[in-house]
Design a protein around this ligand. Structure first.
Ligand code: SAM
Ligand code: SF4
Ligand code: SF4
Length: 373
C-alpha cells in the first residue's frame, strides 16, 4: 500500500491584485468565461476555522494547535462581504452559499444573513441564500438563522454509526447531535434540507445503505460525494474513492431507483428518486464524472481572495480593492474581467490522465477549509 504523504508546513496562498479595467461596461448579468460558462453561484467562506478535524479536509496532523489560522484583522467584515455580494449579483450571481471552515463558528452570522437577504437579483428575484454546516451548532441556531432570512441548509454527515462518525470527524462528535440539528432545521423550515456524505472506500462505505434507509421518506435529500483530491494535506488516494456508479449499484440492491432530470444547468449532483416514492437521492461524482462544462461557481475566501476553481492555487485579492479607493463599478469591472478570462476545468483535465495522476499544477492547491466547499 502506498504511504500517505502529509506535509507538515503550511504557507499562505499566492494571490494577485486584480486589474481594474479603464473602461467599465455597465454590468448586464450576462458574463461568460472563455468556455461560455455564466457566473451564477458564489460560495463565501466566512471563517477558515472549524471545530471538526475531518481527515479528508482538515487532518489534525496539519491543523493542530500550532496551525496559523487567519487573524481577525484579515477577515472580510460583514459590510465588505455584503458589498462584494451586491457587486457579484449585479454581474449575474443568483445564489450564495455560506461556508467555511464551519460557518456557524463566525460570530453574529445572522447579521450577515440579514444583509444578504435584502439583495435582489438582476431579474428582481430574491437571492437564493443557503449554508453548508457540520450541524454541531445547528440545533441552537436554526431559528435565528431562519429569522435572519436563510432559506435552506446543507448538512454534512458521513455515517450513522457513531464509532465511524466520531472517527471521521476526529473530535469525538456524536451522530445524535447532528441529527438533532437536522430536526431543528426541519422544524423551523430551513428546507428542503440536503445531507452530504463524503464516501471513503474502506472507511465509511458500509454506511451508504443505513444512511439511505434513515433519510428515505423524510423529505431530506441525501447526496453521496466522491472523496476528492482537494488541497494538499489530506493524503488523497484514488483507491479510497468509491465511484458514484458503485454507490448507485449498492443502493439499487435494496431500493430500485429512477433517474431524475437536473433542476438547472450546472447542478453538481446527479439526481435519482426511489421508485416507490420514498424521495430523492443524489451523487456528486467530482472524480469519476467531471462536470466542469457547466461550472458556474466562484469562491471567495475568508480574507477576500477570489478563486475560480476548487483546485486553484492562486486567488485574486479583492480585499485589496475593497480597502483601496475603488468604486463598486470599478470592482465589478475587475470581477467581470477575471470571470471573462477564466479557463479552469481541473476535473476534466484530471479525467484525461491515468487514474492515479494529477494534472500538472503551478503551485500548492488551496485547502477546502479555506475557500469552502
Ligand atoms: N464545515 C462545513 C461542513 O462540513 O459542512 C462547511 C465546509 S466543508 C469544507 C464543505 C463540504 O466539503 C462538506 O460537505 C465536506 O464534506 C466537503 N468536503 C471537504 N473535503 C472534501 C473532500 N476531500 N472530498 C469531498 N468533499 C469534501
Ligand atoms: Fe470542518 Fe467541514 Fe472540513 Fe469537516 S468538512 S473539517 S466539518 S470544514
Ligand atoms: Fe468547477 Fe474547477 Fe470543479 Fe471543474 S474542477 S467543476 S472548474 S470547481
Amino acid at each position: 500500500m502506498p504511504e500517505k504523504f502529509i506535509p507538515i508546513a503550511d504557507i499562505r496562498y499566492a494571490s494577485r491584485v486584480p486589474h481594474v479595467p479603464a473602461h467599465i461596461p455597465t454590468p448586464t448579468g450576462l458574463l461568460a468565461d472563455t468556455l461560455g460558462r455564466p457566473l451564477r453561484d458564489l460560495r463565501i467562506s466566512v471563517t477558515d476555522r472549524c471545530n471538526f478535524r475531518c481527515s479528508y479536509c482538515m487532518p489534525r496532523e496539519v491543523f493542530d494547535k500550532d496551525y496559523a489560522f487567519l487573524p481577525q484583522t484579515s477577515l472580510l467584515s460583514f459590510e465588505e462581504i455584503a458589498r462584494l455580494a451586491r457587486i457579484f449579483v449585479a454581474n449575474g450571481v443568483e445564489k450564495i452559499r455560506l461556508t467555511g471552515g464551519e460557518p456557524l463558528l463566525r460570530k453574529n452570522l445572522e447579521v450577515l444573513i440579514e444583509m444578504l437577504a435584502k439583495i435582489t437579483t438582476t431579474s428582481g428575484q430574491p437571492l437564493d441564500i443557503t449554508l453548508t454546516t457540520n450541524a454541531s451548532l445547528l440545533a441552537k441556531k436554526a431559528q435565528s438563522l431562519k429569522d435572519a432570512g436563510l432559506q435552506r441548509v446543507t448538512v454534512s454527515l458521513d455515517g450513522l454509526d457513531d464509532a465511524v462518525f466520531r472517527r471521521m470527524n476526529d473530535v469525538d462528535f456524536p451522530v445524535a447531535d447532528v441529527l438533532k440539528g437536522i430536526e431543528a432545521a426541519q422544524r423551523v423550515g430551513l428546507t428542503p434540507i440536503k445531507v452530504n456524505m463524503v464516501v471513503k472506500r474502506g472507511t465509511n462505505d458500509a454506511e451508504i445503505l443505513p444512511m439511505a434507509r434513515h433519510f428515505r421518506n423524510s423529505g431530506v435529500v441525501l447526496r453521496f460525494i466522491e472523496y476528492m483530491d482537494v488541497g494538499a494535506t489530506n493524503g488523497w488516494r484514488m483507491d479510497e474513492v468509491l465511484p458514484s456508479a458503485q454507490v448507485i449499484e449498492r443502493l439499487q440492491t435494496e431500493f430500485p431507483l429512477l433517474a431524475v432530470n437536473p433542476n438547472y444547468a450546472g447542478e453538481t449532483a446527479e439526481r435519482w428518486r426511489y421508485a416507490d416514492g420514498g424521495g430523492e437521492v443524489g451523487v456528486i461524482s467530482s472524480v469519476t464524472h467531471a462536470f466542469c462544462g457547466d461550472c458556474n461557481r466562484a469562491r471567495l475566501s475568508t480574507e477576500g481572495k477570489l478563486f475560480l476553481c476548487l483546485f486553484a492555487s492562486q486567488g485574486q485579492d479583492l480585499r485589496a480593492l475593497l480597502r483601496g479607493d475603488f468604486s463598486d463599478a470599478q470592482i465589478g469591472g475587475a470581477v467581470g474581467h477575471i470571470w471573462q478570462s477564466r479557463t479552469d476545468r481541473y476535473s476534466e483535465m484530471r479525467a484525461a490522465l491515468p487514474a492515479d495522476a494529477s494534472p500538472a499544477d503551478t503551485g500548492r492547491r488551496v485547502e477546502m477549509s479555506y475557500i469552502g466547499g
